[in-house]
Design a protein around this ligand. Structure first.
Ligand SMILES: NC(=O)c1ccc[n+]([C@@H]2O[C@H](COP(=O)([O-])OP(=O)(O)OC[C@H]3O[C@@H](n4cnc5c(N)ncnc54)[C@H](O)[C@@H]3O)[C@@H](O)[C@H]2O)c1
Length: 434
């Protein structure tokens, strides 16, 4: 199948590479000339485990190519995937301007029947708008089909998630588009991991409802963690205790510093906005968002408990990306934690295995260090913000020796409170006995 993938970000690039790996002929289009030039040279704009190898292999075998020429991409393909960004606008609604621009391009340049597949997360009714825009930009009537194919991949696990998804959700209008989508995904759909066909509006809503449900679990556990800190109880034991209930399951029950990233925060807010615009209060989603904002700010209180006067003090931050195994800094809790500490006059030394370059673009006045230990030099406290695996098994005695004061605030509960106490740390974590 000849496929054009518009948008070479986290979703577009991974989807395009995996589709090429499945044997399709994929042309990747982006408006960012620099990104495309780098991709042509094999330089990948994001950190995503396994992506570089897969991309190099498919580029060598000429199944994937990169261009800024959208006309070419549209005209040379049968199926067009849209994977452009849908950031929040000033009112926290999803800004679908980039999707509409692509629709205008498709209408202008299409030269025959196309299937247009939207992978960007966009509110219910977006694909109908896309259809209208395409038709209004056509100089003569050419048939096309619209498909909503929301993406559920997680950064850091994106290739695995794309090639071995829990489900593939596809919203279609007719049998022809259904057949084409079935043939694209034939290689990865399995009996236990099926393609779920539905109507377009339901597919659009499934994506938002999934993210909102996952965010709700996280905020619920963060609120339980706040209660544990008041009345005693260990949030890890509680997560295990409720997660063993088959009706609940163990995933997305970790208390921490709140969710971040390019999806949950904006999608929860955008869904709440859509609900409000339809006269529904969105009480649950409003609370989910509020608890998350509170949680991101809660680390400062803990740091101040250990270092009451932050002016001129040095704080070490481990982990900047919004979660491990990515370099994505969008809505990362580290941004709030660091800016709060700086407002109180603290100096920041920071380390992240992959996100330092991305962090430099959005954080000012931070000293970036080359490894976790050297970050601690001269610091009055260590704050763990992202739970990279490499922070879990470090030499705790060495950490204590390198810090000026043995203060640790563990925003991800990666250490054992009893052991930290035994080693002489002043240790605060999230929802566990202090
Ligand atoms: N990042 C994730 O983990 C994830 C997971 C599932 C769904 N999504 C959704 O997928 C969509 C894309 O997310 P992302 O994280 O890949 O975004 P991104 O910001 O990383 O990438 C978007 C890309 O689209 C390009 N672009 C913008 N306008 C364009 C245009 N008119 N023509 C061609 N290219 C254009 C940008 O230059 C950029 O490279 C969003 O709607 C997001 O909510 C993201």
């Amino acid at each position: 199948m000849k496929i054009c993938c518009v948008g070479c970000g986290y979703v577009g690039l991974v989807a395009a590479t995996c589709l090429a790996d499945m044997g399709n002929d994929v042309m990747c289009i982006d408006v960012d000339k620099n990104k495309i030039n780098n991709l042509k040279k094999g330089i990948i704009p994001i950190y995503e485990p396994g992506l570089k190898d897969m991309l190099d292999r498919n580029a060598r075998e000429k199944r994937i190519s990169f261009s800024t020429n959208i006309k070419d991409g549209i005209q040379k393909s049968d199926v067009i995937f849209i994977a452009v960004g849908t950031p929040p606008d000033a009112n926290n609604c999803a800004d679908i301007t980039a999707i509409i621009t692509v629709a205008e391009n498709i209408g202008q340049y299409m030269n025959g029947y196309k299937v247009i597949v939207n992978k960007s997360t966009a509110p219910i009714g977006t694909l109908e708008k896309v259809g209208k825009v395409i038709r209004s930009f056509q100089s003569k009537s050419i048939k096309f089909d619209l498909v909503s194919n929301p993406e559920f991949m997680r950064e850091g696990e994106a290739i695995k998630d794309f090639t071995n998804p829990d489900r593939i959700v596809i919203g279609v209008q007719n049998e022809k588009a259904k057949q084409i989508m079935t043939s694209i995904y034939r290689g990865i759909a399995r009996a236990d991991k099926p393609i779920m066909f539905t109507d377009i509006r339901s597919a659009e809503l499934i994506k938002y409802a999934s993210n909102a449900m996952l965010a709700t679990r996280i905020s619920f556990m963060n609120e339980m963690a706040q209660l544990c800190e008041k009345v005693g109880g260990d949030i890890k034991a509680i997560a295990k205790g409720i997660g063993l209930d088959a009706r609940i399951g163990p995933r997305f029950l970790q208390a921490g510093v709140g969710y971040g990233g390019s999806c949950f925060p904006k999608d929860v807010k955008a869904l709440a906005q859509v609900m409000k615009s339809k006269g529904i209060d969105a009480k649950i989603l409003t609370a989910v968002d509020e608890v998350n904002e509170q949680q991101k700010r809660s680390l400062l209180r803990k740091v101040k408990k250990l270092v009451p006067d932050l002016k001129g003090k040095c704080i070490a931050i481990w982990g900047l990306a919004f979660k491990p195994k990515t370099d994505d800094m969008r809505e990362a809790p580290s941004l709030i934690v660091i800016r709060q500490l700086q407002e109180f006059g603290a100096k920041i030394r920071a380390f992240d295995p992959e996100a330092q370059e991305a962090a430099k673009k959005v954080l000012k006045g931070v000293v970036y260090c080359k490894d976790p230990y050297s970050t601690l030099t001269g610091c009055d406290a260590l704050v763990v913000v992202t739970e990279w695996n490499e922070f879990r098994d470090l030499d705790l005695k060495k950490i204590k020796k390198m810090l000026k004061q043995p203060n640790v605030v563990d925003g991800r509960n990666i250490y054992n409170p009893q052991e930290m106490k035994r080693l002489g740390f002043n240790y605060l974590c999230v929802g566990r006995a202090h």
